[in-house]
Every structure is written in structure tokens, then in C-alpha cells.
Design a protein around this ligand. Structure first.
Ligand code: GLY
Length: 343
């Protein structure tokens, strides 16, 4: 088991990698525990939950709404939750986003933590304190920054993940290599077959390498004023593709990474052979999709949360393993989209 601590100006978080459910017992209250989970996780792991009141939401993106947050707050109120209560989200990215938001707004904020059950959430979503729900088609428009007290990642839980979910997590795993650790990126690709076979030791090793990157970035910039933006690599176009084609987040991010890498070459920031390397590697890992960019993509990107007065803070690459952030005007972005889509 590995313990990584995020000690930031905005709060502390303990990441327990490779632990088991019992490891959290000393960290949660005996009374006043409110568990938020989804129906899938409840079915498989409900019997091993610690004692507490359990609220179950539907799995998937459709639960990322303010209505679900309100319903959960009402259920907590009816069940007697007060400011001393503790929210434990047990699940993947959606559960963590929603439970984190509930914990940050219920009675102006109660303690919270996560047991992270998917690859996507173990490498990304449960870590770093972002909470959020969508506003219609706009992802994570309503949310807060609030560090969970701890995140437990039991890698054996990844054994029960459907293939599509697992593949989605691989997208975020690869992203961490692409932005900050070239060796990690190519090591993931070289070990892809064993990773897809869910070898827990190997998975644990790669998750630890990715989480160390994320923890270091979040510690330095917990509220995404600068450096943390690099964690959004592939997400600007990825979010548009995810919402339009309803494909899993990490698959959309993988395609978004290729488009962002194309933009990096177009802007003269990265040599073309690096783009080819990225493409070939993602293809080998089974992560390349080729959904056409939907019409009106530039407008959607401009309204995305990363846009600021006519320009977009875009994460580009200098090379595989080295991300940079550049402000790109919407006009320039439109010119790139025209070039990219052959218009
Ligand atoms: N998933 C990006 C971040 O946590 O900043």
C-alpha cells in the first residue's frame, strides 16, 4: 500500500493507493456517516460498506445534475444529517463529482472522502478536490474545489469494471504520461495487454505513477489558476465529442488529445513526428476513435468553462511528456477547426 499526501493551501488530502475498505475504518466516524453510491457499485460492494445511511443514485452522466444534488441533500436532511456528518462517496467519477458537491454545499459544507472504484476515478476524478455537475450539455459548469479528506483506491475493485469503463480510465492514465512523463506514456503502451488483463500489481504501479503527477500539480495549484490547467489536456475538444456522441469520457479525451496535439503542430509548438508518435501509440493501445468534430464546435469550445473573453486557454504539447498552456483566440481556433476538418 502507498500513501501520498496532498498538502495544499486549499486543504489536505490523503491518497491511499492499494488499500482495502477496512483501512478507512479509523478515518471515518462511528456515527453520522452518509454514503453516496450508485446502483452498480451497491450491487457488487454494498455488503462491504462501513455502517452508515446509504443513498443510491443512477450510474452515468445523467446523474450529474443539480436536481440529483438537491434530492441527495433532502434525503440527508430527512435522515438527520447535520454539520458534524461525514459524506463518503463510494464509486467512480460521477459519484465522486456529485458526492463531493453535496458535501461542499450541504449546510455550507460537511467533511467528506471517497472510495474510488473505477480506473478513471482512481487516476483522476476522485483526486484533487474538483466537484461538479453539468448544466445541460455543458460539463462541470456548476461545482466547487474541495479536497476530500482521503481517497481509498483498492485496485482489486477494477477487476469488476466493464471493458468500456476500463478503456475510459486508460485515456486518463495515458493523459498523465502525455502531459508530464514521456516514459510513463510509452510504458503504459508497452504494458497495455497486461493492464487490460487487470493485473492488479501492475495497475497499482501505473496508477501510483499517474497519481504522483496529479498530486504534485494539485499541490502547487489547487484551484487551477495556472499549472493545473495542463490536467485538462485533451478535454476541450474531448468534452464536445463526449457530449455529442455520448461516448465514455476517457475515450473522448484520447481523441481530444490527438486533436490538441494537431493544434500544437499547427501552432508550431510541436514537431510533426511527435504527433505521429502519439497517434501510433494510442492506436496500438486501442484508444483511437475517429468521431468527426460536430458542426459548431468552436462555439461550444468558446462557451466551455475554459474560455476567457474571446480566447481559450488551450493545453498544447511541446513534445509527448511536456504540456504547455497557450491563450488562443476563438478566430484562430476556428481557422484550425476549418483546417482540421478540411473545410
Ligand atoms: N481532471 C482535471 C483536474 O482535476 O484538474
Amino acid at each position: 500500500m502507498n500513501r501520498i499526501r496532498i498538502n495544499s493551501t486549499e486543504g489536505k488530502s490523503l491518497l491511499i493507493l492499494g488499500g482495502k475498505m477496512d483501512d478507512i475504518l479509523p478515518l471515518i466516524p462511528v456515527k453520522g456517516l452518509f454514503i453516496i453510491t450508485d446502483t452498480n457499485v451497491m450491487k457488487i460492494y454494498g455488503s462491504s460498506f462501513p455502517p452508515g445511511e446509504v443513498f443510491v443514485i443512477e450510474p452515468g452522466e445523467k446523474s450529474k445534475t443539480l436536481q440529483v444534488v438537491e434530492d441527495l441533500c433532502r434525503q440527508m436532511l430527512d435522515a438527520g444529517a447535520d454539520r458534524a456528518s461525514f459524506v463518503l462517496g463510494i464509486g467512480g467519477g460521477v459519484v465522486c463529482d456529485v458526492a463531493g458537491l453535496v458535501a461542499s454545499v450541504y449546510m455550507r459544507g460537511v467533511r467528506h472522502a471517497f472510495v474510488s472504484t473505477t480506473l478513471l476515478s482512481q487516476v483522476d476524478a476522485s483526486i484533487g478536490g474538483k466537484t461538479g455537475v453539468n448544466l445541460g450539455d455543458y460539463k462541470n459548469t456548476i461545482g466547487t474545489f474541495r479536497q476530500p479528506e482521503f481517497v481509498l483506491c483498492d485496485h482489486n475493485m477494477l477487476d469488476t469494471l466493464p471493458d468500456e469503463e476500463f478503456r475510459s480510465g486508460m485515456g486518463e492514465l495515458l493523459k498523465h504520461g502525455a502531459i508530464r512523463d514521456r516514459n510513463l506514456f510509452f510504458d503504459i503502451s508497452a504494458a497495455a495487454d497486461r493492464l487490460f488483463a487487470r493485473d492488479p500489481l501492475l495497475l497499482g504501479d501505473f496508477i501510483r505513477r499517474a497519481v504522483k503527477i496529479k498530486a504534485e500539480v494539485v499541490r502547487r495549484d489547487p484551484k487551477e489558476k495556472g499549472l493545473r490547467r495542463i490536467l485538462n489536456f485533451g478535454h476541450t475538444f474531448g468534452h464536445v465529442i463526449e457530449t455529442h456522441y455520448k461516448i465514455p469520457h476517457g475515450m473522448a479525451v484520447a481523441q481530444g488529445m490527438i486533436i490538441a496535439a494537431g493544434l500544437s503542430v499547427w501552432k508550431g509548438e510541436m514537431p510533426h513526428p511527435e504527433l505521429r508518435l502519439l497517434e501510433v501509440t494510442l492506436e496500438k493501445t486501442g484508444m483511437l476513435t475517429a468521431y468527426p468534430l460536430p458542426a459548431g464546435v468552436t462555439g461550444m469550445v468558446a462557451r466551455d468553462k475554459k474560455s476567457q473573453s474571446g480566447s481559450v486557454n488551450f493545453v498544447l504539447l511541446r513534445s509527448v511528456g511536456k504540456a504547455i498552456v497557450r491563450s488562443i483566440s476563438v478566430t484562430e481556433l476556428q481557422a484550425f477547426v476549418n483546417y482540421y476538418t478540411g473545410k
